[in-house]
Structure formats: C-alpha cells, structure tokens
Design a binder for this molecule. Structure first.
Ligand SMILES: Cc1cc2nc3c(=O)[nH]c(=O)nc-3n(C[C@H](O)[C@H](O)[C@H](O)COP(=O)(O)OP(=O)(O)OC[C@H]3O[C@@H](n4cnc5c(N)ncnc54)[C@H](O)[C@@H]3O)c2cc1C
Ligand code: SF4
Length: 323
C-alpha cells in the first residue's frame, strides 16, 4: 500500500487567509482542493509539500452565477456542475467535459479549480516511486533525463484536463489572488509550454473564479477520446465553438488537449473556416489543418500516430455536429 508522507495542514476559512498562509509558508506549501489528483501524487512522491492549505472550508470560492455570462467559483465540485441543468442547457460543451472527468465518487470530491490546475501526465511519471527509481527517475521529478525525448530540454508530459480546452474555446478568464492582489488572465495564458512548469501562475496564487462570457448565438461541443468509456483520462480531446451568421462562420475556436504539455489553438484551421460556409470539403480541410497542430508523443495510453489521426476525425465530427 502506498502511504502519504507526513505534512502540516491548514484549513483557512476565506481567500485572504489562504493567500496569507501561502505567502508565509513559501514554496514548500501547496493548495489542496478535492485532493483527487494531489493525494495520489503525494503517495507516489511526485509532490512532497511540507504543508497543505486546504480550500475545503473556503465558502467564498464556491457558487455559480448565471446571468448573460457564467461565473464559477474554483472550489465548486465537479458533481455540482454536472448536476446543474442550467449549466447543461447554457454550456453543453462544459457540461460534457465535466461529466466525463474521472468517476462519480471522484467528482463528488474533485473541484473545477483542481481540474484547471491538474498536474501533467506521462507514462514515465505516473508510476510508484519504486518504479521510477528503477529507471533512475526522469527530468520532471527526481531525475535528469526525459525518457520520451532524451535530447529535449523540456518535459512533454501531457495536459489531460477535460475542462481546460473548453474554457479556452469559450473565451473564459481565470481570476487569481496572490500576495500582490488580484489579477484576471485569459484561460490560455494560464498554461506554459513545459510539462514541468505547466502553469504560469505563481505557486502562491490561488485560482478563485472562472468567468465565461455570454456565448450569444455561438454553439460549442467537447469530444473526448479515451480507452474506457466508464472513466479514463483523454488521449486526445477537441473543444470547438462556432458562431454562424446564416451559413457563414463569423467566429470559431478549435482547441486540442491531451496531445502535448499545453492546449493547442488550431489557428490555421480557424482561419480557413472564418467567413466561409461549413461545407463538407471545408470541414475536411480544417480537420486536416487542425491535426497538424497535434504533436503527441508516446507517453500516454495508445499510439501517438493514432492519436494524431484521431484528432482529425474528432475535429471533423465536432464541426459537422456544430453545423
Ligand atoms: C482515477 C482517476 C481518474 C481521473 N480521471 C480524470 C479525467 O478523466 N479527466 C480529468 O480531467 N481529470 C481526471 N482525474 C484527475 C482529478 O480527479 C480531476 O482533475 C479533479 O478535478 C482534480 O480536482 P481536485 O479538486 O481533486 O484537485 P486537487 O487534487 O486538490 O489539486 C490538483 C492540483 O491543483 C491545485 N489546485 C487545486 N485547487 C486550486 C486552486 N483553487 N488554485 C490554485 N491551485 C489549485 C493543487 O495544488 C494541485 O496541484 C482523475 C483522477 C483519478 C484519481
Ligand atoms: S515527458 Fe519526459 S521529463 Fe516529462 S514526465 Fe515524461 S519522461 Fe519525464
């Protein structure tokens, strides 16, 4: 049985207290929300924080408000979002993504903020400490070599969050609170190119809120490829949002995830669609262009070349569905 290392534990009651504790404890402290990602990681010694700052009793990080736009507190559980009929009606792509995350039990505990900040994943990393020691660890944790791309200066562990590509496609912003106050950034800016430093936010910043602008007439969809339909991380994922003016595309966003350390914005595919009719031929062309942006490596389940091919299929299905 894998056991947790010992650690200190704070249970603050509001965001100001969270920020104060994080600033005081320094880099050895980590935030824990539902713990469904962090606790298994701690058991495998990927992360060994001396202190955890729990968001469990921080009520001001909960709540969802839906006017024209939608605002979601970071500590809202995946289960409560999944159960919201209004969210399902207003943002079906987000609802699909949330309902596909892990299992019902884990969605009871897991939060949307934890999903956004989910650690990147790799076959050489998501293993027990003993397994990793047998290969002399790897660059992401305790070692020096990247076993996926030995000459690489960056880690290629994969961003496998289901909600993240949808937030980017919907034009969401993330609000962060830290020692220097509050700041709001576009969702895409939260993510870095390296699977080790996969978040651009500072370690002492807490994600407090996710805001999604009014979607107007735009429609969106989320498509997730995974081995097991019951539960599994994505091996490729597509979030697409299209706003049509009659037959013509007036706005479009296609985001891939689980094909690299950072979500991919398919700019070439978007450009070819803008201002044009969603014909079968154009959708085919856009899907091909989108797949070019996917550069999966052999470090998750299934074969990397198959994942690249399946991206093309899933982008096509997403666009046909939205049409
Ligand atoms: C068996 C299994 C299957 C899973 N399947 C999926 C899946 O299919 N798709 C998927 O996307 N995920 C999956 N997960 C991962 C996880 O369950 C979810 O991503 C969940 O949403 C994580 O939320 P949490 O609140 O439990 O995060 P935690 O484990 O508490 O935290 C995760 C990370 O986020 C940080 N963090 C949490 N909240 C904040 C905040 N407000 N501000 C700043 N940092 C914060 C923590 O410090 C930590 O680094 C799975 C996990 C397991 C164990
Ligand atoms: S991509 Fe390389 S450095 Fe990153 S976790 Fe995998 S083996 Fe380690």
């Amino acid at each position: 049985m894998m056991r947790l290392p010992s650690f200190g534990y704070h249970a603050p009651k509001d965001v100001a207290e969270v920020a104060k504790i994080l600033a005081g404890e320094g880099p050895d402290a980590m935030i824990v929300a539902g713990g469904t990602d962090l606790y298994p990681n701690m058991k495998r010694r990927h992360q060994t924080p001396k202190t955890l700052v729990s968001l469990r009793h921080v009520d001001d990080l909960r709540g969802v408000s839906m006017n024209g736009s939608v605002s979601i507190g970071s500590n809202e559980t995946l289960r409560s979002l999944e159960q919201s009929g209004e969210l399902k009606a207003r943002l079906p792509a987000l609802h699909t993504a949330v309902a596909s995350i892990s299992t019902p039990q884990l969605r009871n505990m897991g939060t949307i903020g934890g999903n956004v900040c989910l650690d990147t994943r790799c076959n050489y990393y998501n293993q027990s400490w003993e397994w990793r020691r047998a290969i002399d660890f790897c660059m992401k944790c305790d070692g020096e070599t990247c076993w996926v791309a030995p000459s690489s200066s960056i880690c290629w562990a994969v961003n496998s969050s289901d909600s993240v590509p949808v937030f980017i496609a919907l034009g969401a912003t993330f609000t962060l609170v830290g020692p220097e106050g509050e700041r709001t950034i576009p969702a895409l800016e939260m993510f870095g190119e390296d699977g080790i430093e996969y978040l651009t936010k500072r370690k002492d910043e807490v994600l407090t809120r996710i805001d999604i602008p009014d979607q107007g007439s735009a429609q969106s969809v989320y498509r997730k490829v995974r081995r097991r339909g019951s539960f599994d991380f994505p091996v490729a994922a597509v979030a697409a949002r299209v706003d049509l003016d009659g037959d013509e595309v007036k706005d479009v966003s296609i985001i891939l995830n689980a094909v690299g350390p950072k979500p991919v914005v398919c700019t070439q595919a978007q450009d070819v669609l803008l201002g044009n009719k969603l014909t079968d031929d154009l959708i085919e062309e856009a899907a091909k262009l989108a797949a070019r942006g996917a550069k999966p490596l052999d470090n998750t389940d299934t074969v990397s070349m198959w994942r690249k091919k399946v991206v093309q299929v899933e982008v096509k299905r997403a666009l046909v569905g939205l049409r």
